[in-house]
Structure formats: C-alpha cells, structure tokens
Design a protein around this ligand. Structure first.
Ligand SMILES: O=C(O)c1ccccc1N[C@@H]1O[C@H](COP(=O)(O)O)[C@@H](O)[C@H]1O
Length: 209
C-alpha cells in the first residue's frame, strides 16, 4: 500500500485529525517565506498530536544551528528541500544520525542525473522544480511531467510530490509506481490551512488497493 505524507500542518487539532486518518508521516515546515511555516516552539506543541504518524521536519538549506535546534525537538526525519549538496547531506546525516530525505526538483529527465550522488540520503523526494522567479523552494502545487520518471530506477527509497491532489494522486501512483506520496497545497482550500475533507479524500485515494 502506498505510504502518505501530509505536509505543512500548523494546527494541533488538524495534526490529530491527519494522524487518525492514517497518514504515515506528518510534515512540519520550517522554511522561511512559507505560508505553512512553524516556529520550533509551535512545533513542540504540534508534535504531541502526531500519534502513530512519524513527524518530518522540512528544512531549506539549514545551517548547523538550525539543524541542532530541530533535532533537539525529537524529529526522527529531516526533509532537506533546498540546494543541499551530496556533501552537505552527508554532513547533516553524520551530525544528527537521523533519517534524511533529500528533495530533487525535476523539470526534465536530466534533473535526475544527480540522484545517485546522494548516497547519505535515506530517501529521495522527487518534486516539481519551482517555477521561474519563485521565492520559495516548494509547495507550489505544480505537477511535473510524470513520464520523466519512465524507466528510472531510484537508487533507494523514494517518494513523489508536486501538485498532487485527491483527484490526481491515484493516476500519479499508477503512472510512476511511486511507493509513497507527499502533498501540501493539494489538500488546502485556504492557502496554508489543511481541509479535513480533502485530507481524507487524498489518503483514501492514495491508499486504495
Ligand atoms: O509547502 C511549502 O510552503 C514549501 C515551502 C518550501 C519548500 C517546500 C515546501 N513544500 C513542499 O513542496 C512539495 C510539493 O508541495 P505541493 O503539494 O505541490 O504544494 C511537498 O514536499 C511539500 O512538503
């Protein structure tokens, strides 16, 4: 069954709801400029509601001080959504010992060429490349051409993101064979605020047999 991450939660009641609906991971976004951004203080409260879901900290080009602050909150997984090099990913892995996900933004097949260099990453997250002139690294609700992934063999565990919604996630899984999917804006009606009906519909559609 496909695993599901719901990303960018900011409200404790919604965190509990998402966990009860069966999300495998719940993402908390520390990226500057994101409408889903939370402070470390707020995250400490949100983390109390995750139930059996695993919390994931989304960071963009974090320095060591930010890494240490977030690791101290008890996150088991760090999602690196910036321009972190393979060397920087390895350094963060060595510093924290945590599970590390590295995001690759793709717009063409060649964007996958660097994937194998991220040997320290425990999972690759394949997302749409941000649009020209974008001021943040992700969460744009933009789908990329899934045929880019045709015949691609991931070097390890991976996950699909980029403009996924309750209406397209089943097709995305069928087209790419993704073992796991991630969504932020596709389960919101108001930007930055998750919608319960959309969250439920997304998880059901992704996990349907
Ligand atoms: O959601 C954000 O605001 C965000 C900001 C900075 C980096 C990543 C961000 N979100 C991540 O982007 C992908 C795709 O999001 P979407 O479903 O297309 O809206 C996903 O991993 C989000 O967690």
């Amino acid at each position: 069954m496909t695993s599901v991450k719901i990303c960018g939660l900011t409200d404790p009641d919604l965190v509990g709801f998402v966990a009860r609906e069966g999300a495998d991971w719940i993402g908390f976004n520390f990226a500057p400029g994101s409408p889903r951004r939370v402070t470390p203080q707020a995250a400490a409260t949100l983390l109390m509601q995750v139930g059996r879901a695993r919390p994931v900290a989304l960071l963009v080009d974090p320095d060591d001080a930010e890494i240490d602050t977030i690791a101290a909150l008890g996150f088991p997984v760090l999602q690196l959504h910036g321009a972190e090099t393979p060397g920087r990913v390895a350094a963060i892995k060595a510093r924290t010992g945590l599970e590390i996900w590295k995001v690759l933004g793709v717009a063409q097949r060649a964007d996958l060429d660097g994937a194998a260099a991220y040997t320290a990453a425990d999972r690759l997250l394949i997302d749409a490349k941000p649009p020209e002139g974008a001021t943040r690294a992700g969460g744009h609700g933009q789908v990329f051409d899934w045929t880019i992934l045709d015949h691609w063999t991931a070097p390890g565990p991976w996950m699909l993101a980029g403009g996924l919604t309750p209406g397209n996630v089943a097709a995305a899984i069928a087209a790419t064979g993704a073992p796991a999917v991630d969504v932020a804006s596709g389960v919101e009606r108001i930007r930055g605020l998750k919608d319960r009906d959309l969250v439920r519909a997304f998880i059901r559609a992704a996990k349907q047999p």
